[in-house]
Design a protein around this ligand. Structure first.
Ligand code: MG
Length: 160
């Protein structure tokens, strides 16, 4: 059996008065939202890059360019479903993903279950195979100043 690990990292700027999409849900009562060509879901983008990296299929920018009008305002759940399809076509099965979101506010812990609920079927894995952790940066840097949000993800995939 072949086992591969992949890593993904993504950053988006935050702007007041925008909807904040994270992990496939819209965060209620967020003071700001992420800016991007698509819906700017930084967590899904990091997971997509981890999966693409594990399968050595490039990165999210290669497959869904932010210059391509097709992806303008796109719901990022589409990207994750599509990346999963690419992996499955090559015989890969996703084992688990582990993620960290670095964000000062709002607190995302109350919403983790709802995110896993959305993400699990997109990757065709169980919710228990998705870990999402949250951290602040102790007010340091652009995350600490509420100017941006970071997401990190690792993914394990396997095939016979
Ligand atoms: Mg992104």
């Amino acid at each position: 059996m072949k086992i591969r690990v992949g890593f993904g990292f993504d950053v988006h700027q935050l702007e007041e008065g925008r909807d904040f999409f994270l992990g496939g849900i819209r965060l209620p009562d967020a003071p700001h939202g992420a800016v991007g060509h698509s819906d700017a879901d930084v967590l899904i983008h990091a997971i997509c890059d981890a999966l693409l990296g594990a399968a050595n299929l490039g990165d999210i920018g290669l497959h869904y360019s932010n210059k391509d009008p097709r992806w303008k305002g796109m719901d990022s759940t589409f990207f994750l479903r599509d990346v999963t399809r690419m992996l499955h076509e090559r015989g890969w099965k996703i084992e688990n993903v582990d993620c960290t979101v670095a964000l000062e506010r709002p607190k995302i812990v109350p919403h983790l279950l709802a995110m896993k609920n959305i993400l699990a079927p997109l990757m065709q894995i169980a919710e228990e195979d998705i870990s999402i952790k949250a951290t602040t940066t102790e007010t340091l840097g652009y995350v600490g100043r509420h100017e941006g949000v970071n997401a990190y993800a690792v993914a394990l995939i396997c095939r016979d």
